[in-house]
Write a protein that binds this ligand. Structure first.
Ligand code: NAD
Length: 486
């Protein structure tokens, strides 16, 4: 039987590449190719950007108004739910996410993103400025134009919808370049959008690779008005260089090395439960992962024992099995990267592994891995591993742990666990990051700002922050009775 084909979606149609190029997407559990994918080049990017431009300048989408656009986007949310199994299976097949989690979390969130931004765009007011000059001054939030969205493989559908939904809700048109490891759900989503009534050219998808390929061609294109990117910090820097050529505004959600601080007065049962999720959810392939776990000395031993036991109870295996907690890592290359950190620990000088390590056979899975006694300057403590690997260390004092938690170039997020109200607020203020979770993890309010500081990103998205980025705010100053002589 021939492999399924995943095409670009350009101007409302699923298409081959202009040059006919294709690449394979690999199922990381089976470790075999499962589909052929159109490999985009400069011609495909050109067609997609032209289509998006036409839809923006001549089409109805930017002119439809929030109410009608919202109706289409809510319709798309409904279609996402109706096709939940297919979408969850696509992501799982591409990057190994357990199907049950993709269904319960990612697909649900993707639908929620479209509903939320449809509603938010419609109900959010705009500023009027009191003026004693006899002028009426107000702000118009006008669609920016053609948005390039470049996304990673770790939560494909969820992160793509996080970019596309606000861009569309505010009247822009979009060209999405999904990660090459996870193309399937993007094409499905674009086809569902057409079924929901999105006009041709409003949402285009071009597949392919990053450097000197579809990704770079897209972010260097002078016809792009905004670039929203999620991925590695090094890629973010390359994209910023490409964007600089056209002065295209960028929004970047990049890597992290999240600190998780457990104080001695924490509810330990709660802290263990959330910390396990923070360290091992999605096999640790989470920018927000709590991969540096600091535990106050008096409870360190007890916490470590309970945390390690909970880690050992997680089921590693076939992502299609509904009982699986942790699937394989997304690709052979990524597995090689993550296990290189484990090998370095085993060679000595970077602490020791108390549980975890490679999974059975030559699969690309890694067991939930807990490392202790690692020196602060060890690579496992400083670099984003992006796998189910956590370093646990004790601390003595609040000021000490804050300094250590803040001691990386990243600043995406942090977590803290305490039952002391004053400490909770004090430490939340002191920790570096775009988000600090207190006594929880990964809980999102889509109105709140989301993004990182330092090497973790530029800008914020979410609610009004997304509107700011995906629109051109314009001040209108109207003379309604200025005094003579001014
Ligand atoms: P990546 O940077 O390797 O790739 C992301 C995307 O960028 C892909 O679509 C890729 O093809 C494209 N790309 C690569 N080079 C490019 C170039 N020169 N020009 C244009 N496009 C280019 O990231 P990844 O490995 O897919 O994802 C994992 C990374 O994403 C981790 O670092 C993780 O922390 C980060 N991430 C961050 C967030 C966040 O919200 N901050 C969320 C998820 C993932």
């Amino acid at each position: 039987m021939s492999e399924p084909f995943i095409g670009h979606v350009i101007d409302g149609k699923e298409e081959e590449s202009h040059g006919g190029g294709r690449f394979e997407t690999v199922d990381p559990w089976a470790r075999t190719a499962w589909a052929q994918v159109a490999e985009g080049g400069a011609d495909d990017v050109e067609r997609a950007v032209s289509s998006a431009r036409r839809a923006f300048t001549e089409g109805e989408w930017p002119r439809m108004g929030y109410e009608d656009r919202g109706r289409v986007l809510r319709g798309l949310a409904g279609l996402i739910e109706a096709h939940a199994d297919e979408l969850a299976a696509a992501d799982s097949r591409d990057m190994g996410r357990p199907v049950a989690q993709a269904l319960a979390k990612d697909v649900t969130r993707a639908a929620a993103n479209f509903r939320f931004f449809a509603d938010h765009a419609r109900i959010t007011g705009a500023e009027h400025y009191p003026s004693d000059l006899g002028c009426h001054v107000y702000t118009r939030y006008e669609a920016a134009g053609v948005v390039a969205a470049v996304s990673p493989w770790n939560f494909p559908l969820m992160l793509e919808s996080w970019k596309i939904a606000p861009a569309l809700a505010h009247g822009n048109t979009v060209v999405l370049k999904p990660a090459e490891q996870s193309p399937a759900s993007a094409t499905l989503l674009a086809k569902l959008a057409i079924e929901a009534g999105l006009p041709a050219g409003v949402l285009n998808v071009v597949h392919g690779f990053g450097p000197r390929a579809a990704g770079e061609f897209l972010v260097s294109h002078p016809g792009v008005d905004r670039i929203t990117f999620t991925g590695e910090t090094a890629t973010g820097k390359a994209i910023a260089r490409s964007a600089a050529g056209n002065l295209t505004p960028v929004s970047m959600e990049l890597g992290g090395k999240g600190a998780n601080v457990v104080f001695a007065d924490a509810d330990l049962e709660l802290a263990v439960r959330w910390s396990v999720q923070a360290a091992f959810g999605n096999a640790g392939q989470v920018c927000l992962a709590g991969s540096r776990l600091f535990v106050e000395r008096p409870v360190h031993e007890e916490f470590l024992a309970r945390f390690t036991e909970a880690a050992e109870h997680l089921a590693v295996g076939d992502p299609r099995d509904r009982r699986t907690d942790i699937g394989p890592l997304a690709s052979a290359e990524h597995h090689a990267k993550v296990t290189s950190y484990l090998d370095a620990v085993e060679r000595g000088g970077q602490g020791k592994i108390v549980t975890g390590g490679r999974y059975a056979g030559d699969t690309w899975a890694v067991r939930p891995t807990v490392i202790v006694d690692a020196p602060e300057d060890a690579a496992v403590c400083r670099e984003e591993i992006f796998g189910p690997v956590v370093v646990v260390t004790p601390f003595e004092r609040e000021d000490e742990v804050v300094a250590r938690a803040n001691g990386t170039p990243y600043g995406l997020n942090a977590m803290l666990f305490t039952e002391n109200l004053r400490r909770a607020h004090r430490v939340a203020a002191a920790l570096k990051g775009g988000t600090v979770w207190v006594n929880c993890f990964f809980v999102r309010d889509l109105r709140a700002p989301f993004g990182g500081v330092g090497q973790s990103g530029i800008g914020r998205e979410g609610g009004a922050y997304s509107r700011e980025f995906f629109t051109e705010p314009k001040a209108v100053v109207m003379n309604v009775g200025m005094p003579e002589g001014r």
